[in-house]
Write a protein that binds this ligand. Structure first.
Ligand SMILES: CC(C)(COP(=O)(O)OP(=O)(O)OC[C@H]1O[C@@H](n2cnc3c(N)ncnc32)[C@H](O)[C@@H]1OP(=O)(O)O)[C@@H](O)C(=O)NCCC(=O)NCCS
Length: 206
């Protein structure tokens, strides 16, 4: 198996894009991401129209124990999330959200591959994805990962089985996490040096 992720379409440089696991402390950023989803993306993600109040409650109950989530950051901002819920159940469920501006550029495929690595490394042999029938992109990604698709009224259920983790999947996930930690450490150092020089970088970014 290749150690290199499949190529993706052009967009920001690779250095500006990274994926890492999300933790409870990421909830505020997760909510900000969900609130940036437009009506159509919310419908595709949650199966029906949902308002900001729903998303606020959802974010508060997510990223805890019993789940796994990966975040895709572009220029340090969370733009996409892959979630695996109820990982203790016989069939955990995966869900994906990408902000509209970043859809159709291969990021969903990258997130999907990263979630599969996470599931494999956590010894979770399968998961399912439920999506609306008109969600062609989601179905294409699932098919590409050899999922079995079942079409029911209004929705599609994709079941994905994968082998246990191996050296390549462990190395890919460890590299992602290591890159993210290095980036965070570099950011902290930069903010400290700037603060010592009397410059508040947070104000500059805002
Ligand atoms: C569904 C979603 C995760 C897909 O991610 P993405 O980054 O937009 O998709 P990608 O660019 O990786 O493209 C994946 C495939 O779908 C195709 N595709 C992308 N957008 C498409 C569209 N609007 N219509 C048809 N096909 C499309 C791509 O050509 C690609 O096909 P290929 O693998 O055969 O080359 C993302 O669009 C999203 O979050 N949408 C809103 C929420 C949602 O639908 N969640 C899923 C339900 S849980």
């Amino acid at each position: 198996m290749s150690l290199i992720q499949p190529p993706h379409r052009s967009g920001p440089s690779d250095a500006a894009v990274h994926i890492r696991r999300l933790r409870r402390s990421d909830r505020a950023e997760f909510l900000a991401h969900l609130l940036r989803l437009d009506g159509e993306s919310r419908r595709m993600r949650f199966g029906s129209a949902v308002n900001d109040g729903f998303l606020t409650r959802y974010a508060q109950s997510t990223l805890g124990p019993g789940g796994m989530a990966k975040g895709l950051f572009i220029d340090r901002t969370l733009r996409g999330v892959a979630e695996l819920r109820e990982i203790d159940s016989p069939m955990p469920e995966a869900a994906f959200s990408l902000e509209p501006l970043w859809q159709g550029q291969g990021y969903g495929t990258r997130l999907f591959s990263s979630l599969v690595d996470g599931a494999r490394n956590a010894a979770l042999p399968h998961f399912k994805i439920q999506c609306l029938r008109d969600n062609v992109a989601m179905q294409r990604i699932a098919r590409r990962h050899e999922a079995e698709l079942q079409f029911a009224e209004g929705e599609v259920v994709a079941e994905l089985r994968h082998p246990g983790g191996d050296f390549a999947s462990l190395l890919r996930e460890a590299s992602e996490e290591h890159f993210a930690r290095s980036l965070a450490a570099a950011d902290r150092a930069l903010y400290r040096i700037a603060a010592e020089a009397g410059v508040d970088l947070r104000l500059r970014r805002a």
